[in-house]
Design a protein around this ligand. Structure first.
Ligand code: MN
Length: 757
């Protein structure tokens, strides 16, 4: 059986073809399944509330259908089931999930919700409604950041808002097949940009992987299908290998008296694709297509001991790689993940990753935060409140009015994905920081005032500078001085969002103080001219001196960057300054695609390349260098007109989610007159004459125009980059095939981006 994108669509058609009676039955069946899943968590009176929520939702959506044709109510029902079955939330969340689209879509108000279900439910629904269109394509960047901030605010207030939102998004991604192509791209980009990272941060590994896989499926269907098929085709061989690997371990675990589960699990399609991309390997060369999981039924007090016992036993059979041992049992990850990971040499000389955890740890890994809370009732654990600490920190930063939202979001996104290190205060308290954090980050993490006064630190009793990078296990003592002031350069050696935003805040404050002096000087000079420093005059000066703000003008005066003699060129009318007329000022250059900018670009606009290329000017994005035949989209830039990116461009997700309104659909038309610069990376065995053979192919047999070729060889292997002009993807693929058929060539691949380091 081969996987195809059609499977999913067919399911919808089945639903679509039902008659009214059958639809009703289907809805009731879903509702009952929801209740079954909740069974153990339902208390007296809950059932009536859930029923009420279901009825309200069904009634509110009764005339609505989804794009697929199915009755709308199936969506809130599906979201509720995800909330119960995949995130382990309880009754309150189910009620909210059932009602999550009601306030947005109907006349019903939050007050109605409050009366019917109380304030907790109303608050969560409020949060869900506010972030409903959070990545609204029509918003400008700052708006986007503001919206992202809203998501995080809602998260910090009640994490259930985000968990339900993630369930909503997951169901929308699962049913994306019936949406229009441009909608699919936009929804996918939001998913990779915001929702998958959030799921990861909240420890919802299953959901994170599924979201990423689905995004890949719709943005790069060919890639997705080829990997999915690769996995299917190699399944038999893999199962055989896994069984061989597991057999001795299974026997031994039984002998040792463990109750356990052991199985091999394929890695997600997206993570395999990442390996192929970043390591420049083929599917066949990705060695860790799966991981072995051992899940122990272990007593709470004996968890750690048991995990290590199992680790030690495994190493009796297979040699472990010492660099690849990860102990998240002693110190869990910040998102709550606990497990022991090791990579061992399996039969046939293959490296195999083994994950050892207990049932409790596994529940946390799969269901994240919610499961985390559920287990909280047990004995307190030292690191258990890490998520709470994170949420607390989030609230703190978001509530600070001086936080620059845009910057914060950028930094915050980085925080979501980085690995963590664990460092200690002199008293032995542990702090978690992202990998790469410096002594200065540590100081700001302890307290922003301490950060601002930090002059250095002692790491493990040795004196180090502010910029010193910390390692896990370091003990850090901050050294501070009352005379210290944050400087511009500090920004280059902190990496945490907290430190960055505080430093920027201090710098701004410093600037403000200096600017005060400049303002005084200016007021005096203007006084001599007989005009006041009113908003109009401040604005004129701002324009004249080409500064962003009045503050910048004052600051520039204070530090001597503006020559106030120029004031003499101004004339005075009443209390107004009139700027000197400038001669021959060049007119602002109009970008060729400005016309396009004026028209609101709707998703439906179609730009056809080649044939109509004389009508619309465009540039090819440097970052991904598309050629005709590639799946592309157009992006209207502010100054450079229309730029064409490949749909799988590394920048695509950010562009699509931030500037959805500037995206135009594009496709290629046949045109053999224009050629495009494209690159190939080849590797092979270094035998004499190979370069000659390669250049022959390009210039003789294919009659192509080669721009550059560079080849490095070492230890009998060579690696080369060829930049060549081609007309379209067909021609490019033909070239690659020709090259690949040469003797001695090992790999031939397209260069994804030019700015890759
Ligand atoms: Mn929804």
């Amino acid at each position: 059986m081969r996987v195809s994108l059609q499977d999913e669509r067919r399911n919808f058609m089945d639903v679509y073809n039902l008659n009214e009676e059958e639809e009703k039955k289907l809805i009731l069946r879903e509702y009952r399944a929801l209740l079954r899943g909740l069974k153990t968590r339902i208390k007296k009176g809950d059932k009536a509330l859930i029923r009420r929520a279901f009825e309200i939702s069904a009634d509110a959506h009764k005339d609505m259908r989804r794009k697929s044709g199915e009755p709308y109510i199936l969506h809130p029902l599906a979201v509720s089931r995800i909330v119960v079955e995949e995130i382990s939330l309880g009754v309150t969340s189910v009620i909210c999930a059932l009602l999550h689209d009601v306030v947005e879509d109907t006349e019903l108000t939050l007050e109605d919700m409050q009366q019917e279900f109380g304030s907790t439910v109303a608050k969560i629904i409020d949060g869900l409604t506010k972030i409903a269109n959070v990545v609204d394509g029509n918003a400008e960047t700052s708006m986007q950041a503001e919206n992202f901030r809203k998501i995080l605010m809602a998260l910090a207030e009640d994490p259930r808002v985000i968990l339900i939102k993630l369930a909503d998004r997951l169901h929308n991604m699962r049913t994306l097949g019936s949406m229009a192509r441009d909608k699919q791209l936009k929804i996918c980009s939001e998913t990779t940009y915001i929702y998958a990272p959030l799921a990861h941060r909240l420890g919802l590994y299953e959901i994170k992987s599924e979201l990423e896989d689905l995004a890949l499926k719709y943005t790069q269907p060919e890639t997705y299908i080829s990997i999915a098929n690769g996995l299917k085709e190699t399944k038999r061989e893999r199962t055989r290998y896994i069984n061989e690997f597991i057999r001795p371990i299974k026997e031994e675990l039984t002998k040792m008296g463990f109750k356990f589960e052991i199985y091999g699990r394929p890695k997600s399609i997206n993570s395999i694709w990442n390996k192929i991309k970043t390591k420049h390997v083929t599917f066949e060369e990705v060695y860790d297509l799966f991981a072995i999981r051992i899940i122990l039924d272990s007593e709470y007090e004996k968890e750690k001991e048991d995990c290590w016992k199992v680790y030690s036993m495994i190493t009796n059979f297979y040699r472990p790689s010492p660099e690849r041992l990860r102990d998240w049992v002693s110190v869990p990850k910040g998102n709550g993940y606990e497990a022991l990971h090791t990579t061992v040499m399996g039969p046939g000389g293959r490296w195999v990753e083994v994950q050892i955890k207990t049932e409790r740890m596994n529940a946390i890994a799969e269901k994240g935060l919610a499961a985390h809370w559920k287990y909280k009732e047990g004995a307190p654990r030292p690191h258990e409140n890490k998520l709470d600490a994170w949420l607390h920190h989030l609230r703190e930063v978001l509530n600070n009015p001086d936080t620059d939202t845009l910057d914060f979001m950028q930094d915050f996104k980085l925080d979501l994905f980085t690995e963590e290190i664990y460092v200690y205060t002199p008293k032995g308290d542990m702090r978690v920081l992202p990998k790469g954090a410096t002594a200065l980050d540590f100081a700001f993490d302890i307290h922003s005032e301490l950060g601002a006064r930090c002059i250095g630190a002692k790491v493990n009793y040795k004196l180090v500078p502010l910029s010193h990078q910390l390692k896990s296990g370091d003990q850090v003592e901050v050294i501070s001085s009352g005379k210290q002031k944050p400087g511009e350069d500090w920004l280059s050696f902190v990496i945490t969002a907290k430190a960055k935003s505080r430093i920027k805040y201090y710098l701004k404050e410093q600037k403000r103080t200096v600017a005060e002096d400049g303002k005084e000087v200016l007021e005096r000079k203007l006084g001599h001219m007989g005009v006041p420093l009113n908003p109009h005059n401040a604005n004129e000066l701002m324009l004249h001196f080409k500064k962003q703000s009045a503050l910048d003008v004052y600051y520039a005066i204070a530090v001597g960057n503006i020559d106030l003699k120029e004031l003499k060129e101004f004339t005075v009318h009443g209390d107004k300054l009139v700027p000197p007329v400038k001669q021959n000022e060049p007119k602002q250059q109009e970008a060729p695609a400005d016309e396009l900018l004026k028209k609101p670009a709707k998703g439906a606009e179609l730009v056809i390349f080649g044939e109509s290329s004389d009508k619309i000017l465009y540039k090819l994005a440097q970052c991904c260098q598309p050629i005709p035949g590639d799946d592309v989209f157009g992006f209207i830039t502010a100054g450079e007109g229309l730029k064409i990116h490949r749909s799988d461009c590394p920048n695509a997700a950010r562009l699509l989610s931030h500037y959805g309104h500037r995206i135009v659909k594009t496709k290629w038309a046949k045109n053999k007159e224009i050629s495009f610069l494209s690159g190939v990376r080849i590797t092979g065995l270094d035998d004499v004459g190979v370069i000659k053979k390669i250049t022959n192919i390009i210039s003789d047999s294919l009659n192509m125009n080669m721009r550059s070729i560079s080849i490095d060889s070492h230890d009998g292997l060579f690696e080369g980059t060829i930049m060549v002009f081609v007309h379209d993807k067909e021609e490019f693929d033909h070239l690659c095939n020709q090259l690949a058929s040469l003797e001695g060539i090992i790999t031939v691949e397209r260069i994804e981006t030019t700015d890759q380091k």
